[in-house]
Design a protein around this ligand. Structure first.
Ligand SMILES: C[C@H](N)C(=O)N[C@@H](Cc1c[nH]cn1)C(=O)O
Ligand code: ZN
Ligand code: ZN
Length: 515
């Protein structure tokens, strides 16, 4: 047993014991064989559905595409209805953009299929909005035309998150098509604003915790990746994220650098100095106090990573970079999963187009984020960032105005891998992929996971089907045909496994969320 023991929170990481009980079998039952054959035979239909979904430019980041997100929500709702689910598209009202304009929020879909009190109730969460993508960003194919090349299905949202949402739906559809008794009750919560911070969802969870969620036994999220291209994984932790805007404003208009260059304090120069003060070249965050509450790492935990299959060269190839900051597997995994990291994302207001423009921008906003790990406190982090930036800025004697804000703060999430759910998922993986999954954390953030736990008090399991080279948020995002189809099978096998958990589902206490 290995525990972090800071504050009130305990993370149980006893990975070996529960999975050596001889309960796994890679051979399938006759029922599983029938289900898997159906899925294999209907691959083209499942891919056609994914093509239809990918074709919708449901980019939630760009306001001009909001109508496409709305269209995508309608498509997802009718897909669930076709499955036989009752669907409630909950209107979340509107939100205000930085320019004051109000924009409608896409509805959140609450779906329900099956209500047998003898069966466990599984709620699947997914999102059908996507990150922006333009062909000219460097895509080999049109991002909104799902294109198969060498067994890979390229398209925006293929892995993040339309593919996994459809894989779950395909699995349910298979049971229905084969007229098999479905051993679980399903609930679905599908949103269209995940890539823009899941606006409105937290309020909905508060409103629905005693209603929609009252009979839910647990929530499944499939919105992250394996650590390797080939080896399946189950995720038991994700980092949180604190997103920051740092604004430097000079006069009220842009200026000619020939007329004013050399005689004024340029806002972009102030901003570049501020951004440069955040991280040193070794990747160490320079904000005083930022590492203070991060749990100390034990030798035991370091050893835990030894058994994880992780190929540094493969990961480097996936990223397209030549060198990582760290050279050992353990150091890399620790820096991705257990330590905070700071990334700079962009500068609003700075000239960024090709060509030359000899301008001095009047107002610039730097955007960066700090990934959060257990025991970091978002309000403390915000204060530390503000103090550090004000301190650096004050040394520049600049008359410009500095503003710092934290528009998004998400806490990290950690689950108990000894939960029967993880054992059931592991057995499903072994049945379909013929090998045990790695138990991994994820350096990225699924803010809603933590909110599900803290608001609804339901356990969450993260069950990825995307491989490490899926290219989420990047150019040429893809899901392999193999991952999409075997992912559909693994969800179907999971349904059978969880139906065997009756009685065990309530044994584990509510999730701890006070880290
Ligand atoms: C893992 C998931 N598919 C994802 O990409 N999440 C985003 C969420 C986020 C965090 N801060 C702002 N958005 C991510 O980890 O970047
Ligand atoms: Zn996602
Ligand atoms: Zn995403």
């Amino acid at each position: 047993m290995l525990c972090y023991f800071r504050g009130l929170y305990t993370v149980h990481l006893t990975l070996e014991l529960p999975f050596k009980e001889g309960m796994s079998s890679s051979s399938s039952s006759a029922l599983e064989t029938e289900i898997f054959q159906y899925i294999d035979l209907h691959q083209s239909d499942f891919i056609k559905d994914l093509k239809e979904w990918v074709a919708v430019e449901s980019d939630s980041v760009q306001p001009v595409l909001r109508k496409e997100v709305m269209r995508m929500m309608a498509l997802a709702a009718s897909k669930l209805e076709a499955l036989g689910a009752t669907v409630n598209s909950v209107n979340l009202g509107s939100h205000q953009l930085p320019d004051g304009q109000h924009l409608p929020l896409p509805p959140v879909i609450l779906g329900e299929l099956g209500k047998d009190p003898q069966n466990p109730t599984v709620c699947f969460y997914g999102h059908v909005d996507v990150q922006p993508a333009r062909r000219e960003d460097g895509w080999k194919t049109d991002p909104y035309t799902l294109t198969e090349i060498d067994g890979n299905l390229y398209g925006r949202g293929s892995t993040d998150n339309k593919g996994p949402v459809l894989a779950w739906i395909n699995a349910v559809e298979t049971f229905r098509a084969l007229k098999l008794a479905i051993p679980v009750n399903f609930k679905f919560i599908i949103e269209g604003m995940e890539e823009a911070g899941s606006l409105g969802l937290e309020k909905l969870l508060e409103e629905e915790k005693q209603c929609f969620f009252s009979d839910v036994d647990f929530i499944v999220i499939s919105d992250n990746l394996w650590l390797s291209k080939k080896k399946p994984a189950l995720t038991y932790g994700t980092r949180g994220n604190a997103c920051f805007f740092v604004e430097v404003e000079g006069g009220d208009k842009d200026l000619h650098s020939g007329t004013f260059g050399g005689i004024i304090h340029e806002p972009l120069m102030d901003l570049v100095a501020l951004l440069d003060s955040l991280v040193d070249p070794t990747g160490h965050i320079q904000i005083p106090g930022i590492y203070d509450s991060v749990a100390a790492l034990t030798e035991e935990e370091r050893k835990l990573y030894e058994s994880i299959e992780y190929d540094i060269e493969e990961h480097k190839n996936n990223s397209g970079v030549k060198k990582f900051l760290y050279s050992s597997k353990e150091e890399i995994l620790l820096h991705l999963w257990c330590y905070p990291s700071l990334s700079i994302h962009g500068i609003e207001g700075a000239f960024h187009e090709p060509g030359i423009k000899t301008v001095i921008p009047a107002k610039v906003i730097g955007k960066f984020s700090i990934r959060q790990v257990p025991y970091m406190d978002l309000s403390v982090v915000k204060q530390q960032v503000e103090e550090h930036l004000k301190n650096v800025f004050s040394k520049r004697n600049s008359p410009n105005k500095l503003k710092v804000s934290m528009p998004l703060g998400a806490k990290p999430w950690v689950a108990d891998v000894n939960d029967p759910l993880y054992k059931a998922a592991r057995r499903a993986i072994k049945t379909v992929f013929g090998e045990d999954p790695d138990f991994i954390r994820d350096g990225s953030t699924i803010p809603i996971a933590r909110l599900f736990q803290s608001i609804t008090q339901k356990r969450v399991i993260m069950f990825p089907i995307g491989a490490a080279d899926a290219g989420e948020h990047s150019q040429n995002e893809k899901i392999s045909r193999h991952n999409y189809i075997e992912g559909t099978k693994v969800f179907a096998a999971f349904f059978l496994e969880i139906s065997k958990l009756r009685g065990q589902l309530h044994e584990t206490s509510s999730p701890e969320t006070n880290n």
